[in-house]
Design a protein around this ligand. Sequence first.
Ligand SMILES: *Cc1c(COP(=O)(O)O)cnc(C)c1O
Length: 448
Amino acid sequence: MKGFLEDANYSISLLDEGVTPGDVIDNCIYEHTLTGKNAFFVGDLGKLTKQHIHWQNVMTRVKPFYNVKCNSTPGVLEILAALGTGFACSSKTEMALIQDLGISSKNIIFTNPCKQASQIKYAAKIGVNLLSCDSELELKKIARNHPNAKLLLHIATEDNGGEEMIMKFGTTLKNCRHLMECAKELDVQIVGVKFHVSNSCKEPQVYKHAISDARCVFDMAEEFGFTMNMLNIGGGFTDNEQNLEEVNHIVSPLLDMYFPEDSGINVVSEPGCYYVSSAFTLAVNVVAKKAAQCDKRLPFEMEQTRNDEPVFTYYINDGVYGSFASKLSGNLNAIPEVHKKYKEDEPLFASSLWGPSCDELDQIVENCLLPELNIGDWLLFDSMGSGALGERSTFNDLQRPPVYYIMSFSDWCEMQDAGFASDTLMKNFFFVPSCIQLSPEDTFSIAA
Ligand SMILES: *Cc1c(COP(=O)(O)O)cnc(C)c1O
């Protein structure tokens, strides 16, 4: 499987039947062990296809605009482009990436609530006209820099699930009226409404309020003479299949009531995690280790470990200033899995995992039970597809670990059967049959 380490960012390995993602991870670990033990990702792009087909079956009326900030690696964007999703971008860099894929600017929304003027100009230049907006200053900035802008007014939701309403982004109904007055004055078009529920479905009420509020804004817009045609219900869907069905169960009757199909309103959404989270596994290596005698500082949960047992601190070669960035915002529950085989009855020890920066914020797992690890051992983290691989997460000089893309043969067939295997995809992607013995010459292009 030589192809894995070469040109990894630009090829998808099509897995022969019988080869599992686990086999691929084993093989990459083998190769990386020989070449310096750097961390790496394996991304199973077939999962994106599956998620998309599920979306189409469940959310029949809602067109997804994939939220690029969640994961903007080329394999992901290329597959989603072939699947025909739109794209929600939050920066110039993201818009440029999507444009390079040949996506029509009609299928791009510029959704950042705080946009830099030069980036608004860029959107204008490349014809990305749909922009979200939630304040007067933002509206004026857009009016100055983008004569053809079509705005989605971003309204606030009560999506923190508690009684207290935190209005992070989004505006009130009252202010929408004011924004419409401003828009009329500045001759800016308003074409729709956007909201975002970050924790979708935990609180059905949130959707109820958000969709009825959106209706109010549409009615208001009619008074002002705006032609409204788009409702954007945001993201926040988890990658669990049931979640989407639950959300649909709540949202679909509300849409039928407030925005019936014959109203001609395009309903769109901005899922991110939903598509990519579970598709990516991160493999990291233990680079240093400390053993401490158990003492009183042990947290309560660890009391069951015998007093004379050591507590291990492991340092791994990726951390919160790299692939675990979401840890800093509390959005990541990283669960390590030990790659080496160990006996079922092997003793487990209280362990903590830290990134390589030696910074006190760089803690990845505070407290977990693991067999004793050695320097050079590998740990795997599942569901790492969202957050770590976006444009905004490449801070510092820390190099992003390489990504090895895979797709099972059956997922590839399913993609073809569903009519998604576009020419663009075939042109840009090379498929490496993944029999372990293959030499690089056996690499072939599907387009050939
Ligand atoms: C990040 C983000 C999304 C995507 O969120 P997911 O939870 O990944 O679906 C959608 N809309 C907005 C406004 C966002 O900031």
